[in-house]
Design a protein around this ligand. Structure first.
Ligand SMILES: [Zn+2]
Length: 63
């Protein structure tokens, strides 16, 4: 689970949320996090397009 990052904005695509924030170097980062129970997938991206594509193509692991 991601802790308390300071997200500027969060969008949702299906079960996946993409949070936009800045890292300590001042660069904008986009972190995709799946909120489905039992999945726990998350990944960082350097562009919103990449994060949104990953969110759209993400498939939760079957339990
Ligand atoms: Zn998932």
């Amino acid at each position: 689970m991601a802790a308390r990052d300071h997200f500027h904005s969060v969008i949702r695509i299906g079960p996946v949320q993409i949070g936009t924030h800045r890292d300590r170097h001042g660069r904008t980062k986009h972190t995709a996090v799946c909120t489905a129970d039992g999945c726990g997938w998350s990944a960082p991206y350097s562009s919103p397009a990449a994060a949104q594509l990953a969110a759209r193509t993400h498939r939760c692991k079957p339990r």
